[in-house]
Design a protein around this ligand. Structure first.
Ligand code: AMP
Length: 277
C-alpha cells in the first residue's frame, strides 16, 4: 500500500493502475462504516484508492473543524489489511493554495435539510469531491447512505458535469443498538451515547407505521418528533419525510421516500435516515 500527499505523486501512481479504479473519499478517523465502503470497492474494482482529507471548506465557522477527530496512523493500519492500493492524504494548502477561487455548486437540492442548517456545506463538499475525482480519475466512487443528501447531491453533480464515474451508495453500518456509526460518536459521553439511540428508535417507529399502511408524511414526522421529545438530552434540528430524489418535503408518501433527521445530543450533531419504499 502506497501513501502519497502531492498531486504529482498521486498522478504518477494512478498511471500505474491498468484496471478499474475505485475511490473511497473519507475525512479519516475511520470506523466500520468507512471500512464497508473500502471492502465493497475492493470487491468491485481492480485498484482501490482511499482519500483522507478533513475538508475545511465544508465546515461552517461555528462547526467542529479544529476539533474534528484525527488519527492517521490508526487509519492506515485499518486500511492496509483490506488490500487498498493507494492512500491520498493531501494537505489543506495543497487543495486550496493561496488565490484559490473556483467552486462547484449544485442548486435546488442542496437548499433543504443539511443545506438549510449548514450554509455553504455542500458547496465545500461538491468542490472537494470534484477535485478528488479530477485527481484520482476513478471509474467508480463509493459513498455511504449515512449522508443521504450528500450522496444525492454527488450523483446530481456527477451527472451534470459529465464525470465518467459510477457513484455507488452503500448501506448505513450501525452499532448493535442501532446508532449509525460516525466519527463524531467519540464526542459522546456514556450518558449521551445512551441517549443517542433515540434517533434509531424514532426512525424505526415511523418505518413501522409506514409498514402498517400509514402514508401521511406529517403523521410520520410526528411519530419521529414524539419519540425524539421523549429523550431529554435530544435537541431536534430537523425531522423530514421527503421525496427520495428531489428531497422536497412530502404530504403523502407515494414512491420512494427518505425519512431523515439531525439531532443534537449535547454539543454533538448526529444525523440518520431510513429509506421507505
Ligand atoms: P466521512 O469521513 O464522515 O466524510 O465519511 C466518508 C464516507 O463514509 C461518506 O461517504 C459517508 O457517508 C460514509 N459513512 C460514514 N458513516 C457511515 C456509516 N455508518 N455507514 C456507511 N457509510 C458511512
Amino acid at each position: 500500500m502506497q501513501t502519497v500527499s502531492t498531486l504529482a505523486d498521486l498522478r504518477s501512481t494512478r498511471l500505474s493502475f491498468p484496471g478499474i479504479v475505485g475511490l473511497v473519499p473519507t475525512m479519516g478517523y475511520l470506523h466500520e462504516g468507512h471500512l464497508s465502503l473500502i471492502r465493497r470497492a475492493k470487491e468491485e474494482c481492480d485498484h482501490v484508492v482511499v482519500s483522507i482529507f478533513v475538508n475545511p471548506t465544508q465546515f461552517g465557522p461555528r462547526e467542529d473543524l479544529s476539533n474534528y477527530p484525527r488519527d492517521p496512523e490508526r487509519d492506515l493500519s485499518l486500511i492496509e489489511p483490506l488490500g487498498t492500493d493507494l492512500v491520498w492524504m493531501p494537505t489543506a494548502e495543497m487543495m486550496y493554495p493561496q488565490g484559490y477561487q473556483t467552486w462547484v455548486e449544485v442548486e435546488a437540492m442542496t437548499r433543504p435539510l443539511e443545506g438549510a442548517m449548514r450554509p455553504g456545506h455542500f458547496r465545500g463538499v461538491t468542490t472537494v469531491v470534484a477535485k478528488l475525482f479530477n485527481g484520482v480519475q476513478p471509474h467508480k466512487a463509493y459513498f455511504g447512505q449515512k449522508d443521504a443528501q450528500q450522496a444525492a447531491v454527488i450523483r446530481q453533480m456527477t451527472r451534470d458535469l459529465n464525470f465518467p464515474i459510477e457513484i455507488v451508495v452503500c448501506p448505513i453500518i450501525r452499532e448493535p443498538d442501532g446508532l449509525a456509526m460516525s466519527s463524531r460518536n467519540v464526542y459522546l459521553d456514556p450518558e449521551q451515547r445512551n441517549a443517542a439511540t433515540v434517533l434509531y428508535r424514532s426512525l424505526t417507529g415511523a418505518k413501522e407505521a409506514y409498514e402498517n399502511g400509514e402514508r401521511g408524511a406529517e403523521k410520520l414526522r410526528q411519530i419521529m418528533n414524539d419519540e425524539l421529545a421523549s429523550e431529554p438530552l435530544a435537541q431536534v434540528q430537523y425531522v423530514s419525510c421527503a421525496d427520495y430524489d428531489t428531497l422536497e418535503e412530502l404530504d403523502t408518501v407515494k414512491g420512494k421516500a427518505l425519512l431523515s433527521m439531525a439531532v443534537f445530543i449535547g454539543k454533538t450533531r448526529l444525523i440518520d435516515n431510513f429509506v421507505l419504499g
